[in-house]
Write a protein that binds this ligand. Structure first.
Ligand SMILES: [Zn+2]
Length: 624
């Protein structure tokens, strides 16, 4: 019933549309992805219609992306017809995702043809190419239209997919029937279709990870060699499935499929789905131990897996919209993403995929980032969640000033504080694990959505341990202050220190992202394996010297820039304040700036604080 309520809210804005034109029948979707490697996917859609006015929509607000970023600018070649007769269409003057047409009398099925033209690294509603010569991620949200006014649960689609010859695939879509290079999937709701991407490729491997219901890992890579996942990693991912079951005590999927794209040609990210997740990281993430230990890889699968419970099954009411046209509200993303960030790191450690030391180093990175994130001085955490759709596109160069998507990292730190508070107050009898079981756990079910609001979160926390949880969160979400909220870290028995050597987690992240991170010393980050300054941190020597993002570092103390020259310049000094001269190129002009700096490189790690019990190790230790 709750879902019905939020659906109604979501559809009040829909236009005149004729949902009844669709009743009972299902749509047939044929996707030809044989040219996916160069960024073209062709669609033939057969829709059941009735005569009269019809408005069709292209998905705009995508679940998991919390943004109106459906890649409408990549849609091309749109044609409508029936019985071979073309039908004219008009785009809505206000809504770029809506197409109006008049369906002629006696017409019962409408043929829609279009293609998606994707390019590498696209932004701003263009379609990003999620394919290479060796693999393709098929994202159904890019390949459908649906009638305005309808709820995605009520629309039925039967999809057929044609892949390049010899390619294999993995997906959560049920009952695939493959003949030659074409696969027919069982008819599902539009919700399920869009929630079930397909990973395909010529270098492909599927591994069963156990679990009840069963969990599978599908790997597609740009090389055969990249599929050679070590047995230890596979065992840790099996353990991840067990640890999630021990944490939540129930599942809300009928099968679960990790889709893992291993490619340096596609942007790294993870998108959650109910019965699968779309995970993308570097080609050698699994076979290069340095890359595997990067923060991004260590938590990628655990984070997206947690979303099956936190985000898909339990969903903030403002994100539980009934179709892809209704705007989403991100105000509870500190639960949806913040607690997922926390539990992702916890499960990564409990599964052994991250060693205890690596897990601690991840917490050190987060703590250091929070100290650098000065946007807290003007903007409360709650505002980062409310404005999530902006946060995802805020420029990286000034991220420490804008604080962009702090509802991930800062909320994770606050959930650590909540966990330590429960553990300390109840003398270890209760923990955040109890909240997880209560809020996300039994009974097990097939995929469904149970929306919640702030009151539901407060109520469940109170059921675990009576406390002023409303006050706890209201204060932390709405305060404006400069200090990073590291109270939870302190309560867990650890504190942040800096040493001259980066940790394995930081080294891995630098290698994966091809960056050099001097955020905690000189105050900038270099990107793309080169000398382009991508981020400047407020209050650091680089900031005081007036350096801007996108400047190019040419020379250090009169020597041409290289990673080694930069490292040597930092190694050379003692604790005395000294000047480090940088030759900078900006806007085609050269200038020399002097950075006042004392000491060596500074890289975050955690140090044990014996005055408090070591709760962090307890939290990160396996349960099953
Ligand atoms: Zn997430």
């Amino acid at each position: 019933m709750l879902r019905l309520t939020c659906r109604l809210l979501g559809t009040m804005i829909a236009s005149c549309a004729c949902v009844t034109a669709w009743a009972g029948a299902s749509a047939r979707l044929e996707v030809d992805a044989r040219e996916a490697p160069r960024g073209i996917e062709r669609v033939h859609l057969v829709l059941p219609v009735k005569s009269g006015k019809l408005t069709l929509l292209y998905p705009k607000w995508l679940p998991g992306e919390h943004s109106p970023d459906g890649p409408i600018a990549g849609l091309s070649g749109l044609k409508f017809s029936s019985n071979g007769q073309s039908i004219a269409w008009q785009r809505d003057p206000d809504n770029m995702y809506a197409f109006h047409l008049d369906v002629p009398a006696a017409v019962r099925t409408l043929d829609v043809a279009f293609e998606v033209d994707a390019v590498r690294g696209a932004t701003d509603n263009n379609a990003e190419r999620t394919s290479t010569d060796s693999l393709a991620l098929i994202l159904w949200n890019q390949l459908v239209l649906y009638p305005a006014g309808a709820q995605s649960d009520d629309l039925r689609y039967q999809a057929r997919l044609r892949l390049p010859p010899g390619w294999s695939f993995g997906t959560a879509l049920a009952s695939p029937q493959t003949t030659g290079d074409t696969t027919q999937f069982a008819e599902v709701s539009l919700t399920t279709l869009i929630d079930s991407p397909v990973l395909s490729g010529s270098n492909f491997r599927t591994i069963a990870l156990g679990g009840d219901p069963a969990v599978y890992l599908h790997l597609a890579a740009d090389s055969e060699a990249a599929l050679d996942i070590p047995e230890a990693s596979t065992a840790q991912l099996r353990k991840l499935v067990q640890e999630a079951a021990a944490l939540f005590g129930a599942t809300h999927y009928t099968e679960y499929h990790f889709l893992w794209t291993l490619s340096d040609q596609i942007g790294f990210e993870g998108i959650e789905h109910h019965q699968s997740s779309d995970n993308r990281s570097g080609e050698r993430s699994l076979i290069d131990e340095e890359l595997r230990r990067s923060a991004s890889v260590l938590t990628l699968l655990p984070h997206e897996y947690v979303h099956s419970w936190n985000g898909k099954y339990r969903r903030p009411i403002g994100l539980a919209t009934g179709n892809y046209d209704a705007p989403m509200r991100g105000d509870l993303l500190w639960v949806y993403e913040g607690l997922t960030e926390y539990l992702g790191m916890v499960l990564s450690a409990r599964s052994g995929f991250a060693s205890l030391e690596d897990a601690r180093n991840e917490w050190a990175d987060i703590a250091a980032w929070l100290q650098n994130s000065k946007g807290r001085e003007w903007r409360p955490l709650a505002d980062t969640a409310a404005a999530a759709q902006l946060g995802y596109i805020e420029a990286a160069g000034w991220r420490a000033r804008t604080r962009s998507t702090d509802f991930y990292a800062e909320s994770a730190m606050l959930w650590l504080e909540a966990d330590t508070l429960i553990r300390t107050t109840t003398h270890g009898a209760k923990s955040l694990d109890d909240f997880c079981r209560l809020f996300y756990g039994p009974p097990s079910s097939a995929p469904k959505v149970l929306p919640y609001d702030f009151n539901d979160v407060v109520k469940a926390l109170n059921a675990v341990m009576p406390y002023d949880w409303r006050g706890f969160w209201t204060q932390r979400l709405n305060r404006v202050r400069s200090d990073a909220p590291l109270e939870g870290l302190t309560a867990s028995g650890w504190h942040l220190v800096f040493t001259a050597e980066p940790t394995a987690v930081e080294k891995g992240e630098a290698a994966l992202m091809k960056k050099t991170d001097l955020s905690d010393s000189l105050g900038f980050l270099l990107k793309d394996e080169g000398a382009v300054i991508s981020t400047v941190v407020p209050g650091t020597p680089a900031d005081s010297a007036g350096i801007a993002p996108d400047s190019i570092l040419i020379a250090i103390d009169d020597r041409k820039y290289s990673k080694d020259v930069l490292a040597d310049a930092l190694k050379a000094g003692g604790t005395e304040l000294r000047g480090i001269r940088l030759l900078i190129e900006k806007d085609d002009k050269f200038k020399t700036v002097e950075l006042k700096y004392a000491g060596h490189e500074r890289h975050p790690r955690l140090e044990r604080d014996a005055s408090a019990p070591d709760l962090l190790t307890t939290i990160l230790s396996p349960r099953s």
